[in-house]
Design a protein around this ligand. Structure first.
Ligand SMILES: *Cc1c(COP(=O)(O)O)cnc(C)c1O
Length: 400
């Protein structure tokens, strides 16, 4: 049966509005659509395809595991799940891992754990969760309510309670709101969906201090920043602050769905048998692929390479801006970069994305006025150059 983009409109729930072309094949940082047109991929499946498309290490891991064992449920454990957990705990502050299938699910687990921990240790009154305006933590009802964009959580009836927000990078506002009834503060160590907003100098340290003062857990949502994206395995390593709970997904599977929550022994013990779970969490296929991704990513070569790519992309974007004067600021870290448009182009990020597609380059937006770049962590230099050449053509078209 021939498949067309038009069919999407007939058979799919209309919550998405995908591009007019349908991609059919990817290799490294290049993608082809049904018509055979080639695209340079700076979107990376929204910061997921950290090794590009069909990386041989991932293909091999998936093929090998697919001939051994696909699924068991958590009635049994499996070798890839344990091996990956050992690698994740050896490489981070954490002692223990809980597996999920997505970022939202990892965050759901983190939030439920924080509440359970607080109730067990301090009693029923310690329930308040504080998060940040424009933060994004997923689309389950709990996580979307903790997220800082009310538009996403409204219109579904009563929301989970005891959740409050303060502006990102405003330590004073947090200091006013946090108290001994706060069980957790959840934050991204660099806001992704909210516009690629880095933390201000010392902000994260101030958040950590306030959490310590009030015995609240600090949860880092590293779903987007994690797994090498900012040039270290996790972004917290560069901030001089260690969270109590960390969530990771997106790049963790490099394109195979998996999420995880990492925490310490003392906190983990509050998720006793029966308190939480997932049928697919720790699925051997997902864990085998993730392990292969980890082995490639967690090396000096790749992590240093991320910083070089950041410099190269920023340099090219600055050159484009010299000519067209479209960006107010280019910011972000590693392979998570955002170009905020000047007032003249405010609200038009999507026009640049669409023009990019026309010219054979995939980019993302982060809100209405920020163009986001989240390419593969190992994107070749020639693909960066070619992709930005195409992006420049797109800019020229929009500027007119
Ligand atoms: C994408 C994202 C999520 C949600 O992940 P899903 O896999 O879509 O559920 C949560 N937090 C952050 C910071 C994200 O970028």
């Amino acid at each position: 049966m021939p498949v067309t983009r038009e069919m999407f409109n007939d058979v799919m729930v209309p919550n998405y509005n995908p591009a007019q072309m349908v991609p059919v094949k990817g290799e490294g940082s290049r993608v082809w659509d049904q018509a055979g047109k080639e695209y340079i991929d700076f979107a990376g499946g929204i910061a997921v395809n950290c090794l590009g498309h069909c990386h041989p290490a991932m293909v091999n891991a998936l093929q090998e595991q697919s001939q051994k064992l696909w699924h068991l449920s958590n009635v049994f454990t499996n070798e890839p799940a344990i091996r990956l957990a050992k690698k994740l705990t050896d490489a981070t502050f954490a002692d223990r891992v809980y597996y999920a299938n997505s970022g939202a699910e990892a965050n759901e687990a983190a939030l439920k754990l924080a509440r359970r921990w607080a109730i067990d240790v301090y009693g029923e009154k310690k329930q308040k969760i504080i998060a940040f305006t424009k933060g994004f933590h997923g689309r389950t009802f709990f996580t979307v309510t903790v997220g800082g964009q009310p538009a996403y959580s409204e219109g579904f009836g009563p929301k989970p309670g005891a959740i409050e927000h303060v502006p990102y990078n405003d330590a004073d506002a947090l200091a006013k709101l946090i108290d001994d009834e706060t069980c957790a503060v959840m934050m991204e160590p660099l806001q992704g969906e909210g516009g690629v907003v880095p933390p201000a100098q010392d902000f994260v340290k101030q958040v950590r201090e306030l959490c310590d003062k009030h015995n609240a857990l600090l949860i880092f949502d590293e779903v987007q920043t994690g797994f090498g994206r900012t040039g270290t395995l996790y972004a917290y390593e560069q901030l001089g602050v260690t969270p109590d709970i960390l969530t990771t997904a997106k790049s963790l599977g490099g394109g195979f769905p998996i999420g995880a929550m990492l925490t310490t022994d003392a906190i983990a013990e509050h998720l006793k048998p029966g308190t939480h779970g997932s049928t697919y969490g720790g699925n051997p296929l997902a864990c085998a692929v993730s392990e292969a991704v980890f082995d490639v990513i967690n090396t000096e070569t790749v992590l240093e390479g991320v910083k070089q790519r950041e410099a190269l992309i920023k340099e090219h974007l600055a050159a484009i801006n010299e000519k067209y004067n479209v960006f107010k600021e280019v910011r972000g870290k590693g392979c998570l970069l955002g170009a905020e448009l000047t007032e003249q182009f405010e609200g038009r990020a999507r026009d640049f994305l669409l023009a990019g597609q026309e010219h054979g380059v995939m980019v993302l937006v982060a809100g209405a006025s920020v163009i986001r770049f989240t390419p593969s962590l190992i994107i070749p230099e020639e693909d960066i150059k070619e992709g930005l050449k195409r992006f420049e053509q797109a800019v020229a078209q929009v500027v007119g």
